[in-house]
Design a protein around this ligand. Sequence first.
Ligand code: SF4
Ligand code: SF4
Length: 134
Amino acid sequence: MPKKLYLDKQSVDFYEKVKEISGETITLCDQCGTCSGGCPVIEQMDISPAQLMRMVMLGDKEVMDTKTMWLCATCNTCTVRCPRELDVSKVAEALRQIRLRQSIDQVKIDEIPKDILRELPQIAVVGAFRRLTS
Ligand code: SF4
Ligand code: SF4
């Protein structure tokens, strides 16, 4: 059954916050799906970039619990192709910032087994800490 969404104050506030942080007028998105079609990491995502834009547009906070915002590689393929000149990666970054401001880290060094940690490229570990921890 389709989920019912209500545009209450909380939804509008959430949308406005993402808009302010990202600098993107997300309501311009016409859901053409071009971003999703060209995204190189869509196979790993749980919702497509176009779905992410739609959830934000509707003020649906469940978007915060999806993997997609963490997997966006900021490659800008979608930005180059978007007919509305929207930057999905900036929206994903805004969502990450909102989560990290709640001091919820996505990488917990203590939980990575030492043998795996030794094998990881140092630059990937540093990059993950810069991007995914508060
Ligand atoms: S390409 Fe642009 S307009 Fe089309 S769905 Fe993606 S963000 Fe929206
Ligand atoms: S910027 Fe992010 S959402 Fe856009 S194509 Fe690249 S990985 Fe996909």
